[in-house]
Design a protein around this ligand. Structure first.
Ligand code: MG
Length: 381
């Protein structure tokens, strides 16, 4: 599949993989190129396809803050180099083009499209070798209409429009010249190429070559790569103890009794995480006769659990928990709990939620003898 099979041997091809975006819309606290798709990251999945394509050299355009995380991935591949991106996609492409050794063809790809195939990359390259450009497009399958404010205008013949993907391959000198001419920001290289007076040639893209943008995309990319866990805990309420829930000290005349700080919410969350990862529960990992964990801050234990699940190949996706307490009123403290837990779980605040309920004065919770918590989580792998 490498260049020996290429019908147009002799033309040099460089690939630019754009990975400098922040990816804030995915809800991840890290760059989505570092997200796992199966046993590999998005970036490795992309690089696997490009190393099987006609590309002779590959440049990964990165955000400098991702360098430490990206370096070990890149080092697995020969002829892959990194280039620092800019503040905009357009500047990142310019930096990539400037770093590229002069070549005949440059193929540009969004690092967030992990399912690109070597065949599609090669089709765009072959088109660029023959026509100067080759841009992956997919047909519009939905009905398309013009928007008139909050109402619909006329229909557009959907056969006359298409959706643009990457990879996009171009004559390297023509694309460099096009980028020298334009000002402003562009989200699409074919637009820059066309603005310079060039004709853009299309190649039939692939519906599965989707771009990871939203949390839904992450879920769709990994339908068999999510594990669900459940945890439950209850502690006795006594006088002369602090009440700690989700790492937050809640003012109350009683607190929870336990070997550690008895943070029942964090305990339930830890057990949910461990359960999803197939690991022993906190009673086994942190037994209550261990003097080293006496009065320990449960967030320290949570850090250990998060490290343990990472060692087992999992990342926290989301956490949902409920605290059952008759008193005190917990809703004013929930934002602080979410912030504290999110920072220890290395996820965004919107990926964790905590709710609170009473038991309508019924049972041990209602009689204020104890507080219980239940948690569910998803782990990604
Ligand atoms: Mg406990």
């Amino acid at each position: 599949m490498k260049s020996s099979d290429s019908p147009e041997r002799g033309q040099s091809v460089a690939a630019l993989i754009l990975c400098a975006g922040s990816g804030t819309r995915t809800g991840l606290s890290y760059n989505k190129i570092l997200h796992y798709v199966g046993k590999k990251t998005v970036l490795e999945t992309v690089l696997d396809s490009f190393t099987l394509s006609y590309a002779d050299s590959i440049y990964v355009v990165i955000n400098p803050k991702d360098e430490d995380a990206v370096k070990p991935i890149i080092s697995q591949y020969r002829s892959v180099k990194t280039v620092y991106g800019g503040d905009t996609r357009t500047q990142s492409v310019r930096n990539g083009l400037a770093a590229t050794e002069p070549c005949d063809i440059v193929v540009i790809h969004d690092g967030a499209r992990p399912f690109v195939t070597p065949a599609l990359i090669n089709q765009t390259i072959k088109s660029a070798m023959e026509y100067g450009s080759g841009v992956a497009v997919v047909p519009m399958t939905d009905t398309v209409k013009i928007l008139r404010g909050e109402t619909l205008g006329e229909s557009i013949d959907r056969d006359s429009v298409c959706r643009i993907q990457t990879p996009q391959a171009f004559s390297y000198p023509l694309l460099c010249a096009a980028y020298e001419r334009v000002e402003g920001n562009y989200t699409d290289d074919s637009e820059v190429y066309a603005l310079a007076g060039n004709t853009v040639r299309i190649v039939r893209g692939d519906e599965s070559n989707r771009k990871i943008t939203t949390p839904t995309d992450l879920f769709c990319t990994a339908p068999q790569r999510t594990k669900i866990g459940i945890g439950f805990d209850v502690h006795k309420l006594v006088r002369a103890r602090k009440l700690v829930l989700g790492g937050v000290t809640v003012p109350h005349e009683k607190g929870l009794l336990g070997h550690s700080d008895a943070d029942v919410l964090t305990h339930a969350i830890m057990d949910a995480l461990l359960s999803a990862a197939g690991l022993p529960d906190i009673g086994v990992l942190f037994p209550d006769n261990d003097p080293t964990t006496e009065s320990i801050d449960s967030m320290v234990l949570l850090d250990k659990v998060v490290a343990m699940i990472a060692e087992n190949g999992f990342k926290v996706g989301s956490v949902s928990a409920v605290v059952m307490a008759q008193r005190p009123k917990l809703s004013p403290h929930i934002p602080a709990m979410r912030d504290a837990l999110a920072s220890h779980l290395n996820i965004k605040r919107e990926m964790i939620n905590v709710s609170a309920t009473t038991t309508e004065t019924l049972g041990i919770i209602g009689e204020e003898k104890g507080i219980a918590a239940s948690a569910q989580c998803t782990l990604l792998y």
